[in-house]
Every structure is written in C-alpha cells, then in structure tokens.
Design a protein around this ligand. Structure first.
Ligand code: EPZ
Length: 423
C-alpha cells in the first residue's frame, strides 16, 4: 500500500488542469452496454474506479480498450445479463449497469452493492423506478433480479428522504431510453454528471427532454447506436483545488473549473471572505495570499446545492477560519470519517447529529493519519498542506479512486509531497 508524505506550510502556486469527471464517466461506461455499436469516451480520468468499471463492463462481455491517454473504446456486441457479487461488491457505482442491462436485454441480475464507510447505500429508489416502468423486480440471494419483458414508459417520482438519487436517476434513465412509450421522471438528479450522461445518450439516438432539470421526459426508441463523447471536467476535483489553495494561502489558477458547476461553492466561499475570480467559463483564479477566512455555516444538498463530495474538504478549511463554523451533512449524515483524523492533527471539531461544529484559528500540526474514503482522504491532504510539520497519510488508494495523479499535480503547484510504498 502507498502513503503520501507531506511537509506542510508551502503556499500552492501555479496552474492546475482538472481531469474528466469520475461521476460522469462511470455511468457512461455502463451506457455503452445499451448498444452493440462502438462507443468512444474521451477525457476519461486515469482512476482506479474507472479501470474497475472497465473491468465490470468487460466481464459482462463488452470489448473494452484504453486506446490512448484518456480515450476508451467500448463495444458491447454480446453481453451477459448477470453482474456478479465478486465484481459489484468492490465499487458501489457498478450498480449503474442495472439500467442498461434492463433496457438492452430486458432482464438483469445485479448483485446488491454493499454499504460503505460514508453510510448505508440503499437502492430502493433504483428498484422503485424500474417497477414504475412495468419491470418485475425482486431481491433474491443478494441479487436484484429484473424481468423487463413487459417494460413500458411510466410516470414516477424518484426522490427519497435525502432528496434525489444520482445513480438511481442514471439507472432509470438508461432503462427508459429503450422502454416503449413516454417516461416522466420527477425529482430526477440534476447533477452535471447526469446532464452529461443525458447528452451522451441523446448522441446515441435517445430522446430525452428536460436535460439538467429535475423533470426528465424520455420517449423510448427501439435501439441506440454508437457515439463519441467527451466527459465534462470534474467539478469536485476543481472544488478540491480551490479549497487547497485557500487552505495554504496560495495563489493558483484552476483550468477546467466550469463556473456554472461551482455556484454553491463560490457563493459559500464568498460569504467566508474569499476572493475568487473567473476568467471565461472554465478558468478560476484563487488568490488567498491576504485571506482572512470568515467562519460560516454550510449545508450539503442535492445539486445545485453545496455538494456532499466537498463537505470533508470544507471542514478541513474551516479549522482555519476566524471563529466557529457549522457544516451540516444532509445527504450522508454519517459522512464524517475525516473528523477523528483531522483531530489527530489538532483540529477541534465536535459532532452534533448531522453537523460538525468546527473551532477556527486552529494551528494544525503534521501527524500520521489514515485515509478512510475518497473525500475524507482529500480533506487530510488539504489539512496536511496547511499543517506545520510532516504528515504521513496511509492507504491513499482511497485517493487514487477519484483523483488523477494528485501527488504529481500537487508537486507542480510547489507542494512538498512524496508518494512512498509502505513495507
Ligand atoms: C453519487 O452516489 C456519487 N457517486 C457520490 O459520489 C455522491 O456523493 C452522491 O451521488 C451524492 O451526490 C457516483 O456518482 C458514482 P445517491 P449515489 O443515490 O448515486 C439515498 C464520490 O465521492 N438513497 O445520489 O450512490 C442515499 O443513501 C461519491 O465521488 C436512497 O435512500 O448517491 C443518499 O443518502 C461518494 N435510496 C442519498 O439518497 C436509493 O435508492 C443520495 O444518494 C438511493 C439513494
């Protein structure tokens, strides 16, 4: 296993380019199962989750090739309808094959994904959505078994007690595009990653209205054809760099940070007295050299609200604000694995139910810490960059799931970071 050794106190300086969006491209690998023709995906980030999704789609029978940097070709001529536990259990996002298998083969058997450290990861809304399309769905021996021979368009509300579901929307969408008749999905996820998936499906011949809105209408078609699609930049990576620059009082330019994807973060940071300037639509300049960070309150919400995937990173930053901040997690109320590790670095954060109460003006100090999940790891990196002294972050395979070459990008911004192999 690898670790990151970070000597903190260096102000990040320079330019960083955001890679393609993990949470856009993962369902796109699954979407390629909807046709027997070749799909080409460009600007795909080099992540372990991507390689894993490629392995799953390959195991289902598709020909999957990484033909050049960031370019993948997927041709699903003949595919199986069974996604086994051994594969699905390793990555939650693999549940995204459920919709395409249902749409293309009119049957599917997909293992229930396990939970994970950020909380239970139910799929009741995925199942509710497929049932609303006339599918017969049952859970048997840990598998979701779907018989979709009577599938047709349907009207459904896809919100749950935590709001919309991103991969749930992806699954219902990818079944509905091949379901005869009209489907209306109310309270669909509006995340940019779902918008990008819709655009890919439309380029494959799907008929989708309301793209980017919480009300999607889908007119089923008989078959879809191949396509070439370029994945949008990763707004969570972009937000992570912006927060890292603020935490180190640095001055960086983030290329590929689409302004319209970061509205909630920019609003929140402006309230905290951060000066962030946009050049065009996809370049943001952060100058935190004279920043006096004000404390604030933040609540995670479905898009366009403040994203849960930036919550941990924000907690790390707010330890440096001039007062007490409150960060409330409304999507995964238990998503605070980063708190005990940040406390090891001197942070004073207490939990009140779904909220973290963060004491500011903390002088973080380097310490050995353990990564636990993808975004908690990013929070530890941010804290380590700002801390006095040396931090060793173990199990950074969590980081590799969602950040393409983070240590290399950090070194290019001047950080004192080394990736080491643990005995
Ligand atoms: C996606 O997960 C992302 N992953 C997550 O990013 C992200 O945190 C999450 O959306 C929320 O934005 C991918 O896109 C691959 P949900 P997903 O279904 O789709 C509840 C990262 O760090 N829910 O939108 O699995 C659920 O428990 C990862 O990149 C139900 O109750 O999340 C949660 O509280 C982590 N029933 C809320 O809805 C369901 O059937 C949102 O979940 C489905 C979800």
């Amino acid at each position: 296993m690898d670790s990151l050794i970070i000597n903190g106190g260096v102000k990040l300086k320079g330019e960083v380019k955001v890679s393609g969006a993990k949470n856009a491209c993962l369902p796109m690998f699954a979407a390629a199962l909807l046709t027997s023709q070749k799909c080409i995906l460009r600007n795909v980030p080099n992540l372990s989750d991507v390689r894993f999704m490629a392995e799953i789609v390959g195991a289902l029978g598709a020909k999957v090739e990484n033909v050049a940097e960031g370019v993948w070709e997927i041709t699903a001529k003949k595919i199986s309808h069974v996604a086994p536990y051994e594969l699905v259990r390793k990555m939650r996002a693999s549940i995204c094959v459920l919709g395409p298998l249902t749409g293309r083969l009119k049957k599917a058997e997909v293992s229930l994904p396990g939970g994970c450290v950020i909380g239970a990861r139910p799929v009741d809304l995925h199942i509710k959505g497929l049932k609303a399309l006339g599918c017969d769905v049952k859970i048997d021996a840990g598998y979701i078994k779907v018989d979709a021979h009577k599938m047709r368009g349907g009207q459904l509300y896809l919100g749950g007690r935590f709001g919309s579901t991103v991969t749930g929307t992806a699954n219902v969408l990818m079944a509905a595009v091949l379901a005869p008749g009209l489907t209306m999905i109310e309270n669909a996820a509006c995340e940019p990653e779902i918008e990008d998936l819709c655009n890919m499906l439309v380029s494959m011949g799907a008929k989708i209205g309301g793209i980017g809105s919480p009300m999607l209408s889908i007119e089923g078609v008989k078959a879809l054809h191949g396509t070439e699609h370029t994945v949008i930049p990763d707004r969570i990576e972009a937000g992570t760099w912006i927060i890292a620059a603020l935490a180190t009082r640095g001055k960086i330019t983030v290329k590929g940070a689409l302004k319209r994807h970061l509205g909630s973060l920019l609003d929140l940071l402006e309230r905290a007295n951060c000066k962030i300037e946009y050049k065009g639509n996809d370049t943001v300049c952060v100058d935190a050299s004279r920043l006096k960070l004000r404390p604030m309150e933040a609540v995670t919400l479905p898009y366009p609200g403040f994203p849960t995937d930036l919550q941990a990173q924000l907690c790390a930053l707010m330890t440096m604000a001039d007062g007490i901040s409150i960060v409330t997690e409304r999507i995964y109320p238990e998503r605070f694995m980063h708190v005990p590790e940040l406390s090891r670095m001197g942070a004073e954060i207490s939990r009140e139910g779904p909220s973290a109460i963060i004491v500011g003006n903390t002088k973080l100090s380097g310490a050995p810490v353990m990564a636990s999940d993808l975004r908690a790891s990013a929070a530890l990196v941010i804290a380590a960059l700002a801390a006095k002294g040396r931090t060793k972050i173990q199990r950074i395979y969590h980081l590799d799931r969602g950040y393409d070459s983070m240590d290399k990008k950090l070194r290019r911004l001047g950080a004192d970071v080394l990736r080491v192999r643990d005995e």
